[in-house]
Design a protein around this ligand. Structure first.
Ligand code: PLP
Length: 492
């Protein structure tokens, strides 16, 4: 096992910000003399603030910063719900092709036929993969897709004359973006309690359904990594009550090539292409959240629509009932093209390997850890497995300690304290791109931690991480008062 960062410690001046005191390498007077007034202030106040560093110093500074970070290319990154999979280099070759990388979003249609053709192909592929034929590529992330989906459902209900349907039913296991998106669309969120086995409670569903309900928002498999086996019945009941079923497709990695949400009865689904179909992501971007819908919702999809007319691709800007443009361009092209590259690298006949290997890997971890850690929901998991700290808590060790200790063992921690329906949750998602050797090394570290707890030898767990560049942070301050600006200013 290797530590992520070993020797790097807090040596001055190797800090996050780097410049030589009282030195300026930029002199502006000549420039300023001929410069329009409004630019002068900018040059004096902003450009003159650029640190005075030589090129090697700048390069070393940024490479050093990148080494303090941990990414999917540093090691295993089993962050549940986030589907942090390795990004094949061929994707990067594809998106860097000059004919794709150097386009401008506002170029005339006849000069971007190639990229329009590829995006059209992606629309078709995604529609086929999820079993919902009409697709928009516009949403810039999963959460944005949720908002678009809610707007489509709102528009369809209004067209039916059912403005009174304003409630959205959301299980208590849902990702936080679900209620946020529904609320942003002006809907009223109603929480559905999960059953003791982590699944949606049909009795609670029946009790909540009525002619004021617009939709059920459901993630399947859900955020506990558990498949909603009653999905067909759930969809039938929601439809019988006159509402739509919105599918949160963030967990599509468990299904791709094997089962289709559209066939299960889902009407509208976003696909986190940056999760299921690779793309370096994290820290809020970049992403893509295409939305696929059933026939009834199709006429409300955002414009412009990418369409095919014989051998030509065009953008249709007018659509009477459309909810309108949801992005300043037709989509996050770089992310979308990587997704297409990933899909086509497998091809229609082999796409199922993604889900099968991801589910196998998650169950392998579950199998190896199930005796050392408490498993809240018995049985096989899908693409991620859920454990809790119940056994370790008896020795004074919490999920947070386990996560921090994993950093010292050279791994990125799993997702912690989510989903909220289990206490001390640890959600582990290995994805299909990891080898058995990596899974074993991770499981060995987890078993090691568990036996340290058993032996009440827990100091290293409470102190962790000691090998990382930063030790244990005040997470509340980090979340509430982040310092995100340069030059460094304390958030107010
Ligand atoms: C990641 C995720 C989302 C939100 O997607 P973003 O692309 O991060 O906006 C929604 N639901 C679930 C279950 C997720 O894992």
């Amino acid at each position: 096992m290797h530590a992520i960062t070993t020797a790097i410690k807090h040596e001055e001046p190797l800090l996050f910000e780097h410049q030589h005191a009282d030195e300026k390498s930029i002199s502006l007077p000549g420039v300023v003399a001929d410069t329009p007034q409004h630019l002068q202030a900018f040059l004096r106040n902003e450009v003159a603030m650029i640190p005075s560093l030589s090129e090697p110093e700048v390069v070393r500074h940024f490479v050093r910063l990148s080494q303090w970070n941990y990414g999917i290319e540093s090691g295993f990154y089993p962050l549940g719900s986030c589907t942090m999979k390795y990004n094949p280099r061929v994707n990067e070759t594809v998106v860097r092709l000059p004919g794709l990388a150097q386009l401008h979003p506002d170029q005339p249609e006849d000069s971007v036929q190639g990229v329009l053709g590829l995006l059209f192909e992606l629309q078709q592929s995604l529609g086929e993969i999820v079993g919902l034929p009409h697709v928009t590529l516009q949403p810039a992330a999963g959460a944005h897709g949720e908002l678009v989906g809610m707007m489509l459902i709102r528009a369809a209900l209004n067209a039916r004359g059912e403005q009174q349907r304003t409630k959205v039913l959301i299980p208590d296991s849902a990702h936080g973006t679900n209620p946020a998106s529904a609320a942003l669309c002006g809907m009223q969120c109603v929480e559905l309690k999960s059953r003791p086995d982590g699944r949606l409670d049909l009795i609670a569903l029946d009790a909540a359904l009525g002619n004021d309900v617009a939709a059920l928002m459901l993630t399947n498999p859900n955020t506990a990594g558990v498949f909603e086996e009653d999905i067909a019945e759930i969809c039938a009941r929601v439809h019988a009550a006159g509402a739509f079923v919105y599918g949160d497709g963030a967990n599509l990695n468990a299904l791709v090539g094997v089962a289709r949400p559209g066939d299960m009865g889902i009407d509208c689904l976003h696909i986190n292409v940056h999760k299921t179909f690779s793309t370096p992501h994290g820290g809020g971007g970049p992403g893509g959240g295409p939305v696929a819908v059933c026939d009834e919702l199709a006429r409300f999809l955002p414009t412009p629509r990418i369409e095919r007319d014989g051998n030509t691709f065009c953008l249709r800007h007018t659509d009477e009932e459309s909810i309108g443009a949801m992005l300043g361009s037709i989509g996050q092209t770089g992310v979308l093209l990587r997704a297409l590259a990933y899909i086509n690298a497998f091809g229609r006949d082999y796409l199922h390997h993604i889900a099968e290997d991801a589910v196998l890997n998650a169950n392998y971890i579950l199998h190896r850890l199930q005796h050392a850690y408490h498993v809240p929901f018995a049985g096989f998991c899908k693409h991620e497995c859920l454990l809790t700290d119940e056994k370790q808590a008896a020795h004074g060790v919490k999920t947070l300690d386990i996560a921090k200790r994993l950093i010292d063992c050279g791994f990125h921690p799993m997702t912690v304290y989510f989903p909220l329906i289990v206490h001390g949750a640890m959600l582990i998602e290995p994805t299909e791109t990891e080898s058995r050797a990596t899974l074993d090394a991770f499981c060995d570290a987890m078993l090691d931690i568990a036996s340290q707890c058993e032996a009440d030898n827990t100091d290293a767990l409470h102190d962790a991480p000691v090998l990382a560049f930063r030790q244990r942070l005040d997470e509340t301050v980090a979340a509430r008062k982040p310092v995100l600006t340069w030059p460094k200013k304390a958030a107010t």
